[in-house]
Design a protein around this ligand. Structure first.
Ligand SMILES: NC(=O)c1ccc[n+]([C@@H]2O[C@H](COP(=O)([O-])OP(=O)(O)OC[C@H]3O[C@@H](n4cnc5c(N)ncnc54)[C@H](OP(=O)(O)O)[C@@H]3O)[C@@H](O)[C@H]2O)c1
Length: 297
């Protein structure tokens, strides 16, 4: 079932880890509101297994999805894990009993978060941990020295292999780089939300991957007449155009679209081979508030 191309691959800087550019985000596998068990556990297991059988070697997760649920489904579906599969997780938040998302950046919270992930994924070390900063969608300025220092210690102890950052500003990225090696950034970005254009280009110049979360709009899936028109022109689905647009946007963009549906998974994986010609790219320029970034045809 392995596909011939998942849009090529990209190496995490300073490591031997090579990720296929088309990955998978596991957040949608928990129940409604990213809380509790999925409506259909068999479907969740099937989605994960088919993603990996199709060549996905980068799964994004967190122990606060569910909480614990998503990691436990990953373990149930894929353990023992195939060689080369990278499960990237996140620290920096926890869930309230009212299903809220609460920042969790203290030393104790970060350490217990690592152990929650290790236990629920049945791993002895975490290959890649993103420190989640900022609010639900956008980053906010402020020093991240303390939590990054804790993650660097956990890396020295061997519990974490690589460190990334999520929901951060370029200033916070530079601050963290002075403390430890940062191998990737995960921020909110898609064809309709392009605040990070300059940041992506800067990271590309440094050889650092950028992993957009909400590549399809997240809890508010993308809707756009321009996207519909581009999809009609190419005879594909609008979501496939949105993913292919990201892949063409910059070679350092790695995708983690989320779905609980095997049909949507298949559509998303097929977007890896979709080339958007320049006349269709032009249709999409209006979506991002008139951004004039030069797309790669
Ligand atoms: N760092 C952070 O703060 C942060 C925040 C949010 C998310 N994330 C990560 O980013 C990953 C991706 O984000 P996300 O899953 O929230 O949002 P997303 O990938 O932008 O979109 C997921 C939504 O799109 C739907 N969808 C997926 N494929 C589709 C298709 N082919 N056609 C139509 N609808 C489709 C899904 O519904 P169905 O289930 O019905 O397909 C779901 O409602 C998450 O899994 C998570 O790992 C990180």
């Amino acid at each position: 079932m392995e596909q011939t191309s998942l849009a090529g691959s990209f190496a995490l800087p300073g490591t031997s880890i090579v990720l296929n550019r088309m990955g998978y985000g596991a957040m949608q596998l928990a129940g409604p509101g990213v809380w509790g068990s999925p409506r259909d556990i068999d479907a969740a297991i099937a989605v994960l297994r088919e993603a990996v059988e199709s060549g996905v070697n980068h799964i994004d997760t967190s122990d606060y999805y569910g909480p614990h649920v998503t990691n436990q489904i990953i373990k149930q579906s894929l353990y023992p894990y195939p060689n080369g599969l990278v499960i990237a997780t996140k620290l920096g938040a926890r869930r309230g009993v009212d299903k809220s998302w609460i920042p969790a950046h203290s030393r104790e919270e970060l350490i217990s978060g690592v152990h929650d992930n290790l236990r629920n994924l049945a791993l002895e070390h975490l290959a890649l941990v993103n420190l989640r900063v900022g609010g639900m969608l956008e980053p906010s300025e402020g020093s991240i020295e303390d939590p990054v220092t804790v993650l660097a210690e956990l890396k020295r102890q061997g519990l974490i292999r690589q460190i990334g950052l999520s929901n951060i500003t370029p200033t916070q990225f530079r601050e963290a780089q002075k403390i430890t090696e940062i191998v990737c950034v995960q921020n909110f970005y898609n064809v309709a939300h392009r605040n990070d254009d300059a940041f992506i280009d800067d990271l590309a110049a440094q050889g650092i991957p950028y992993v957009p979360f909400f590549p399809l709009g997240g809890f508010t899936p993308l809707q756009s007449t321009a996207l519909d028109a581009a999809a009609a022109e190419l005879q594909v689905k609008p979501m496939q155009v949105a993913l292919a647009w990201l892949l063409q946007r910059s070679p350092n963009i790695l995708l983690i679209p989320g779905t609980s549906s095997i049909g949507h998974l298949r559509e998303n994986l097929k977007a890896a081979t979709l080339q958007i010609p320049s006349r269709v790219l032009a249709l999409l320029e209006s979506i991002g508030g008139g951004h004039k970034h030069q797309q790669r045809p």
